[in-house]
Design a protein around this ligand. Structure first.
Ligand SMILES: N[C@@H](CCC[C@H](N)C(=O)O)C(=O)O
Length: 296
């Protein structure tokens, strides 16, 4: 089984090209593949399949809004094996892979996701580096809530970017204070507000059209970046600044991305790096399935 390894602002992924959706992508296999000692190591897995094949194989019960059967679909899994609706850094790496592997001859195409169609533009594509702009679709403000971290309660805004976020913008937080936060443990949040879990962002207030952000991701832990999280952070920071629309650079530990919010929708532009490709041992892969069967 062939794989590629890539990252978007150091949010890293194993990419599995599986056009006909034949792989049995169990939770155990995803968890082990993402394990940084027992596997290849990654924050998540991106399976590249057509939306129609995923539906035929029962991975998708129906095609999400705006997604056609022959669109390339990002079947995204978190490192703990759970399925998530969307991944903003993942879409950029996915689109870069699709373009550089020749699965699309065009620079503009639609990537399917569980949150719906995500049109992309792949700029300056090379074998290893590209810039990608993603139409991230609707950004919905849900409700005010809070998180507890380091003995402090952080007020935040619930934001749905296809997946759930709690973006905590603090005027008394600067880049140094943000860097000093201990995110080795999950922030506490209100499970009644987020029954399916939530990605929690800590964000500085907008200054000179820039914010700094760190994130604790659902199903992963702290990551060096979260694309949907940067969109939530930008929307929340603009709101805290009395604005609904605007463009912000979001600086995360893994680099910079640019988010534009207008009329309740967002675009995300940022880098993608494809750094390696190789083969996963067939017997190792098969062994993971029998291990899971014994355990259950
Ligand atoms: N890293 C991603 C988000 C991945 C999904 C998230 N952990 C969830 O469970 O919702 C991004 O770049 O958006």
């Amino acid at each position: 089984m062939a794989f590629a390894k890539g990252h978007g602002t150091e949010n890293d992924f194993v990419v599995l090209e599986d056009p006909d959706a034949r792989l049995d992508l169990t939770e155990e296999r995803v968890r082990t593949l993402c394990d940084r000692r027992a596997g290849l190591g990654a924050d998540g897995v991106l399976r590249v399949a057509t939306a129609g094949a995923l539906r035929e194989r029962g991975v998708l019960s129906a095609l999400p809004d705006g997604v056609a059967a022959d669109d390339w679909f990002m079947d995204y899994r978190n490192a703990d094996g759970s399925v998530a609706e969307m991944c903003g850094n993942g879409v950029r790496v996915f689109a870069h892979y699709v373009r550089s592997a020749g699965l699309s001859a065009a620079d503009r195409f639609v990537v399917g996701s569980r949150a719906g169609a995500r049109p992309v533009i792949v700029h300056d594509v090379g074998d290893t580096d590209a810039q990608v702009t993603v139409d991230m679709g609707p950004v919905r403000i849900t409700e005010a809530s809070s998180a507890v971290l380091g003995g402090r309660r952080w007020s935040g805004t619930g934001i749905d970017v296809g997946n759930p976020h709690l973006a905590c913008v603090s005027t008394d937080l600067d880049a140094d204070g943000l860097a000093a936060l201990d995110l080795s443990r999950a922030p506490e949040y209100d499970h009644a507000v987020f029954p399916h879990g939530v990605n929690v962002e800590f964000v500085t207030a907008a200054r000179a059209d820039r914010v700094h952000m760190r994130v604790f991701e659902r199903g992963v832990g702290e990551t060096r970046s979260c694309g949907t999280g940067t969109v939530a952070a930008a929307a929340a920071a603009l709101r805290a600044d009395g604005r609904t629309d605007g463009e912000l650079t979001v600086t995360v530990p893994g680099g910079d991305v640019v988010v534009r919010v207008a009329d309740g929708r967002a675009t995300l532009r940022g880098p993608s790096v494809l750094l390696a490709s190789g083969t996963v041992s067939a017997s190792w892969w098969a062994g993971l399935e029998s291990r899971a069967a014994h355990a259950s």
